[in-house]
Design a protein. Structure first.
Lengths: 377, 258
């Protein structure tokens, strides 16, 4: 059908209409909003909720959001910031989730499943690295051996409106992971913003039939060559500005260097606070906790995010397997970049850079890999 | 516990501000259910009635700061099936453990009009330094949800869901934006045990470490970062010398910046 190659132009006001269309179809729209000095993902009701004119500055352990005072095009732009501390996994794989409830009935008990109907999410403003993160989590939660029903159901019903990046920050390294700054499939619609101070418009790429239907009633024209080249130039500038790189053979470096002395070096700096795993858009580890009513007549089982950085995570009879910080850091990095390939046929990293920015002490995984490579096998 | 009677609960106070035992009274919505599940046998903050021991559960608040308290905690232990120490005072000596760094006679002379009436030890120490403790519930003050969970788990003979991981995990589960990364505010969260409900970061402030060190903390790495953020050695030291200054990880790191 070739719809995936069709590209249109819509104006800023039509983006507002598009949001209205999505909402009108009964979707719970989640998108970028301003909260506590950062861009996070939360419910949005209209285009007015989108933060306009903001730019982020990111470094290891450092994030600042600023209102742009530059050219008009920058001041008006809706998507000149990159990714913040939250990711879409929060909605598909919630931080805390009730799995079931048991009620005592005499000498027996009955089990009740949660009755809440999962919402139909529309994710608005999904960056290319995040589209990749969704694809990776799909492999984790919706594969042949194991299916997480809650995730699968929500994912199947969800809409993905991607936004290609026209700006990158110093912690971005999607270029070296081949996951951005332009989305390659995995979306219903993908927008590229052209905010040049004159004609604020968006290139829309249609990625699915669902996406195509969303354009009904939206004033859209076929993109002309100058629109496309302007959009491409913007995405390219984000790409060129990206200096940080993940070594191509990270998987091999890690699988060969499990006994490298550098693990002790990074452990001396690592707080094992688990922030990296919490902000990672693909980390999927969880634990379950059982609760009871005081009388003991009702019990519930809850699932919540856990991390390979906690001691309890590897606790088995006799004690935890990974007692020291070096072992836990090695587990995280090796799984993410090496054994993930064996398990899921892909890297677990998308190059979003969140783990670098939100590490309170700014540990940089790309640098750790390089250090392992230097003195290693 | 025998099925035909309710377990007996006692609440004891040592050197403390009473804030932690008040958390039990603060369980307004759940208090009736608690009172229904246990016999509140000794809880002077709530009732003058005293029922003699032994007790199934003893909640102990406060630190040991006088010779008399050393004797009293032994008596409490002797008549308690499960002894649970609650709050920073009981678990590490509390804010009053700051006296451990000073000459006590000088302090007494400075503070009291009649120093001759004061009979105190030179240190403020945790309950576990004197008797065997079955569980330590952290916090200054403790979190009432955690207290309820602990009582609940004890009554139902299961492991309490009281995590020892970092405050950061609690912030991230709640979706609270990191104040250290996004604003450069010093925060003890990465080395502090979760459980307070991320009270301070939610209000735009760094964590003060009220719940004490988390499992396998790395304060040295955090101090390095705090100094990069502009804190002096003195300020770093004061960060550790708060309510949990008696906890070895905080105590040692505070001393390292002396």
């Amino acid at each position: 059908m070739g719809t995936e190659t069709l590209k249109y132009v819509i104006s800023l006001s039509e983006v507002g209409k598009l949001l209205g269309n999505i909402k009108g179809q009964g979707f719970h729209v989640v998108g970028p909003v301003l909260a506590d000095g950062a861009i996070i993902y939360d419910t949005i009701h209209s285009i007015e909720d989108l933060p306009s004119g903001y730019q982020d500055e990111q470094e290891g352990g450092h994030y600042r959001l600023k209102k742009s005072t530059g050219r008009r095009g920058e001041r008006d732009a809706l998507f000149r910031y990159t990714v913040g501390p939250s990711s879409w996994k929060r909605f598909l794989f919630p931080p805390e989730q009730k799995l079931w409830k048991a009620v005592r009935e005499g000498k027996s008990f009955s089990i009740e499943s949660p009755k809440e109907k999962p919402p139909r999410y529309a994710f608005f403003g999904v960056r290319p690295c995040e589209v990749s993160a969704l694809k990776i989590q799909d492999k984790v939660f919706c594969n042949n051996d194991f299916q997480d029903k809650g995730y699968a159901e929500k994912r199947k019903k969800s809409l993905v409106i991607a936004v290609n990046c026209t700006r990158s920050v110093s912690t971005c390294f999607c270029r070296s992971m081949d996951t951005g700054p332009k989305a390659n499939g995995g979306f219903d619609l993908a927008l590229t913003e052209i905010s040049d101070g004159k004609n604020h418009r968006f290139i829309v790429e249609v990625g699915s039939k669902k996406g195509s239907k969303l354009l009904k009633g939206i004033d859209h024209t076929l993109a002309e060559r100058h629109d496309l080249s302007s959009a491409a130039a913007r995405v390219n500038s984000a790409k060129r500005a990206m200096k940080r790189q993940m070594p191509k053979d990270a998987a091999k470096i890690l699988s060969k260097n499990s006994e490298h002395p550098h693990w002790k070096d990074v452990a001396a700096r690592c707080l094992n606070c688990a922030n990296c795993t919490m902000v990672c858009p693909t980390c999927f580890c969880s634990t379950v906790e059982d609760t009871t009513s005081l009388s003991g007549d009702v019990a519930e089982r809850w699932r919540r995010w856990d991390s390979c950085f906690t001691v309890d995570f590897s606790y088995i009879h006799g004690g935890p397997i990974r007692r020291d910080s070096a072992a836990r850091y090695r587990q995280w990095l090796t799984h993410k970049l090496s054994s993930w390939h064996d398990q899921f046929g892909t890297s677990g990293c998308t190059g979003c850079g969140r783990c670098i920015t939100w590490c309170p002490v700014g540990i940089d995984i790309t640098e750790e890999i390089k250090a392992l490579q230097k003195g290693g096998k | 516990m025998a099925k035909n009677r309710k377990p007996k609960l006692a609440v004891w106070k040592f050197s403390s501000c009473d804030g932690c035992q008040l958390s039990l009274l603060d369980c307004e919505d759940e208090l009736l259910a608690v009172a229904d599940s246990v016999e509140i046998a000794y809880f002077l903050e709530a009732s003058r009635a005293e029922i003699a021991g032994p007790y199934d559960i003893s909640l102990v608040e406060g630190s040991i700061t006088t010779p008399h308290e050393i004797e009293r905690i032994k008596k409490v232990r002797a008549q308690s099936r499960a002894l649970i120490s609650i709050g920073a005072c009981a678990t590490v000596g509390g804010i009053q453990a700051l006296k451990n760094y000073r000459n006590v006679d000088d302090l007494i002379m400075t503070v009291y009009a009649h120093p001759e009436y004061i009979d105190t030890l030179t240190t403020s120490t945790a309950i576990a330094d004197h008797v065997t403790v079955d569980f330590e519930l952290r916090g200054c003050p403790i979190n009432k949800e955690q207290l309820l969970e602990l009582i609940n788990a004890t009554l139902n003979a299961r492991k309490p869901n009281v995590s020892q991981h970092s405050q950061c995990i609690e912030c991230k589960l709640a979706g609270t934006v990191c104040v250290m990364v996004s604003q450069g505010k010093p925060c003890l969260g990465p080395i502090t045990q979760a459980g307070c409900g991320n009270v301070c970061p939610r209000c735009d402030r760094g964590c003060y470490g009220c719940f004490g060190p988390k499992e396998t903390p790395n304060p040295a790495a955090l101090s390095t970062r705090m100094k990069e953020l502009g804190l002096s050695d003195r300020e770093v030291k004061h960060f550790y010398r708060l309510f949990n200054t008696g906890a070895p990880a905080f105590h040692d790191e505070g001393n390292a910046h002396e």
